[in-house]
Design a binder for this molecule. Structure first.
Ligand code: PLP
Length: 421
């Protein structure tokens, strides 16, 4: 029996309607940018397996550092103990995060990083004796699948059955360069009536919305307003972090720095799950006091797992290398050239790129999980390229180690598949 057949007996996959989509392809190997299925077919992983494995799959440097760590210290409770990989990781991250960040809190996935960020913001105000109970978020944002993260997310395709149980959130439009005044009016209206704890946003690129890109100076108008009104700002950099936008973090490109930052996905270079919520010293200090209740009573069992910390440290080393910085630059340049080449294609409405992220919006009206999307996915796989369209949008987010030849193959495959539509 194949993996695909055995899979059907006991497994339940995420984001899947098993009745209409019963098959899951068995993958037996992943190395560099290439995935190999159980029949020996190869695919270029053009989306870094959901934006995680930015230095390629099974990167030798990262796996060797992790193997070494596994021989010394595997897991230890982080509420009572500390260890070198966590200490070193905090030191290295603080060097590259926006300059106002000074504290590192560990979680285990992107959703819980957001969850912790939300709780930090609420308790910050609570500890200061102020009850602020509402969040502001951008339309079509995506922040994860746990209840707090779902609440601030604006993609209702995921949230339908749970809406009655979510926190109250006010949603504002994504800045588009022309609506700054309208957004400010809306914000003033919201703060005149309600007590706002925080504003959460995906800086510069909204991932799940279809890699939608907005400008730093427009987002800055909102962040500035939040600062002036004591609204804590939470940058969800789970997708944008670690070089995707061409900078270590998208927030580095925006003048007003966030109070809290959520990190995951590429944090551990795709090797093991981990996440971090970082914050300013000012937020941390609001949790100091004589009573334990003033502290942050939030914990995940695998917090700061030493193996995950080691993977993250190896990743940060690679990220800062001349070679990887050069690769990021080359991919960004190639994306711009390809965008210019295809932007007048009659099947395309819009092509945008930011760093290694390229988004191609199609004219055809496809629903998020509709048949066109399935057809596109299959056409790409048949050509040996793994691309996973989001609604009307085909996007690329290749590992930084993708070769020129592999990237070219991804581009020509997109052109070829567009011509068949
Ligand atoms: C993926 C993602 C999350 C959720 O992370 P998980 O690890 O899947 O829980 C949150 N925010 C953004 C921006 C993401 O892209």
């Amino acid at each position: 029996m194949t993996l695909q057949e055995r899979d059907k007996k006991h497994l339940w996959h995420p984001l899947k309607q098993h009745q209409t989509h019963p098959n899951s392809l068995g993958i037996v190997k992943a190395k560099g940018c290439v995935l190999t299925d159980e029949h020996g077919n190869e695919y270029i992983d053009a989306i870094s397996s959901w934006y995680t494995c930015i230095f390629g799959h099974c990167n030798d440097y990262i796996t060797s550092r992790v193997y070494d760590q596994m021989q010394r210290l595997d897991q230890i409770m982080f509420s009572d103990f500390t260890h070198e990989p966590a200490v070193k990781l905090s030191e290295e991250l603080i060097k590259i995060l926006p300059e106002n960040q000074n504290r590192i809190f560990f979680n285990d996935n992107g959703s819980t990083a957001v969850e912790a960020g939300i709780k930090m913001a609420l308790q910050y105000h609570f500890n200061k004796g102020e009850k602020r109970n509402l969040f502001i978020a951008l339309e079509n944002g995506f922040h994860g699948d746990t209840f707090g993260a779902m609440s601030v997310s604006g993609l209702s395709v995921y949230n339908g059955p749970f809406e009655d149980f979510l926190m109250h959130v006010e949603r504002i439009p994504v800045p588009n360069g022309e609506n700054n005044e309208d957004i400010l009016e809306q914000l003033k209206e919201i703060v005149s009536k309600q007590k706002i704890a925080g504003f959460i946003y995906e800086p510069l690129v909204q991932g799940a919305a279809g890699m939608k890109i907005h400008k730093a100076e427009d987002l800055n108008v909102i962040l500035q307003f939040c600062k002036e009104n004591d609204i804590l700002t939470i940058a969800d950099e789970v997708m944008t972090g670690f070089g995707k936008t061409g900078n270590n973090f998208a927030s580095n490109e925006i003048e007003t720095k966030p109070d809290i930052i959520c990190l995951s996905k590429a944090l551990t270079a795709g090797l093991v799950p981990m996440a971090i919520t970082s914050c300013t010293e000012e937020i941390y200090e609001a949790f100091l006091g004589d009573s334990i209740a003033e502290g942050f009573m939030h914990c995940h069992t695998y917090s700061a797992n030493p193996i995950a910390c080691r993977a993250a440290l190896a990743g940060i080393e690679l990220l800062q290398s001349e070679e990887i910085q050069q690769n990021i630059h080359q991919i960004s340049k190639a994306h711009i050239a390809f965008s210019n080449e295809i932007k007048h294609h009659n099947k395309i409405t819009n092509v945008n790129s930011k760093g290694v992220i390229l988004a191609i919006d199609l004219k055809t009206n496809s629903s998020r999980y509709g048949s066109l999307r399935d057809q596109l996915l299959k056409s790409f796989m048949d050509e040996g390229v793994f691309l996973r369209p989001l609604g009307n949008t085909i996007y690329l987010q290749p590992p930084y180690v993708i070769t020129e030849e592999q990237l070219k193959k991804v581009y020509t495959t997109i052109e070829k598949v567009l011509d068949t539509l």
